[in-house]
Design a protein around this ligand. Structure first.
Ligand code: FES
Ligand code: FES
Length: 375
């Protein structure tokens, strides 16, 4: 048994817990807060969503021992919360619930959307709610309820409440040391239009310890680039196209996206675009996206900084994993492993770090939570 001390709905709690006890069980069985529902217990359905230090999290895939020192808010802890009052009224008015099993998690996710995205339209609300499953309503009432609260707040010119502070970034492994979380200069933003509403976008940069001309030459070597991307298997390619498969482990789910990409290179500007799409038959999920990259010399031309802008859209049952800071951390992890592998290959100092193993979001989740909780 491990001692923990945390705050639940403003009340200080100290307890001894088994290391294997997840937060959902702890809240229900130790704290008797049964408003937190457990559906899948695999991080998929969202019924168990609570706030941990202000961020919505799945309590079924968070160990109670990870929560030492944090503040947890469950559905029972929002009685004085104006946004939650508005949402509760809207869910009743718009018929946003039937059996109510999903409702605690839905309300907590909905409150996060209302506070974070005061301009969200129906499409964005659907994307943001895609991590919360409801077996009764067909979602129309839920989406209408969230939309009506957003509209009412906008028409009252209610100032949006500041988003909760982002969790501290997880410490990156040493081979990611060349990656900057906040690049001083970024590639020009990829074209944005209506058709990209709701896409996930992030910018990243990393350093390759070779001059730009060498890195540009290496980037044309598609099999080498593919071999440095975790979980990627190249099946066909020429100078402008590539076909293959990318395997990602999402906790208990193994997703294998098969797809193709078009490659464009601007030799003069040392910049390029990769546009691709793929689908995972097992989960019925589809993804499409674009990577824009640009090379810039550093350290008097001895090394190269690669600036990336990544935009992608994930639809289907895996769409929940495209949300918020977890998606950004996944992107950073992927870029970091790629940079580490490419540097290792180019310097001849060692084997790639990942050996083309699938990128594991289960492992990532653990690292992310460990970073969040300072463990
Ligand atoms: S019970 Fe936690 S996500 Fe389903
Ligand atoms: S209201 Fe029954 S699962 Fe959503």
């Amino acid at each position: 048994m491990t001692p923990i001390a945390l705050t639940v709905n403003g009340r200080k709690i100290e307890a001894l817990v088994e290391p294997r006890t997840h937060l959902g069980d702890f809240l229900r069985e130790h704290c008797r807060l049964t408003g937190t529902h457990l559906g899948c217990e695999h991080g998929v359905c969202g019924a168990c969503t609570v706030l941990i230090d202000g961020e919505p999290m799945r309590s079924c895939i968070t160990y109670a021992v990870q929560c030492d020192g944090v503040a947890v808010q469950t559905i029972e802890g929002f009685d004085g919360d104006a946004t939650m009052q508005e949402l509760r009224g809207a869910f009743s008015r718009e018929h946003g619930l039937q059996c109510g099993f999903c409702t605690p998690g839905m309300l907590i996710a909905a409150r996060d959307i209302v506070r974070r995205l005061p301009d969200a339209d129906e499409r964005r609300i659907r994307v943001e709610l895609s991590g919360n499953l409801c077996r009764c309503t067909g979602y129309v009432g839920i989406v209408n309820a969230v939309g009506s609260v957003i509209k009412a707040r906008a028409s009252k010119a209610t100032a949006p409440v500041a988003a909760p502070a982002a969790p501290p970034a997880a410490p990156l492994p040493s081979f990611v040391a060349t990656t900057t979380a906040a690049p001083t200069q970024v590639a020009p933003p990829a074209a944005t239009d209506e058709s990209r509403k709701g896409w996930t976008r992030f910018e990243e940069s990393f350093v390759i310890m070779q001059p730009p001309a060498k890195v540009w030459e290496v980037f044309a070597d598609i099999p080498l680039v593919a071999a440095c991307l975790p979980g990627v298997e190249l099946t066909e390619h020429d100078a402008n196209t590539a076909k293959g498969k990318m395997t990602v482990k999402l906790g208990p789910i193994n997703a294998g996206f098969s797809g193709s990409a078009a490659i464009e290179r601007d030799d003069q500007g040392k910049r390029g675009f990769i546009r691709g799409a793929g689908n995972d038959r097992g989960s019925g999920s589809r993804t499409k996206g674009e990577i824009a990259y640009r090379l810039a010399p550093e350290n008097e031309g001895q090394q190269t900084r690669v600036f990336l802008t990544v935009e992608y859209n994930l639809q289907g049952s895996l769409a929940q994993f495209s949300r918020s800071s977890l998606a950004q951390e996944l992107g950073r992890r992927l870029v970091g492993e790629f940079a580490g592998n490419l540097n290792a290959r180019l310097s001849g100092t060692g084997a790639p770090q990942s050996r083309n193993e699938p990128l594991s979001i289960g492992r990532l989740l653990w690292m992310w939570l460990r970073g969040l909780f300072g463990r």
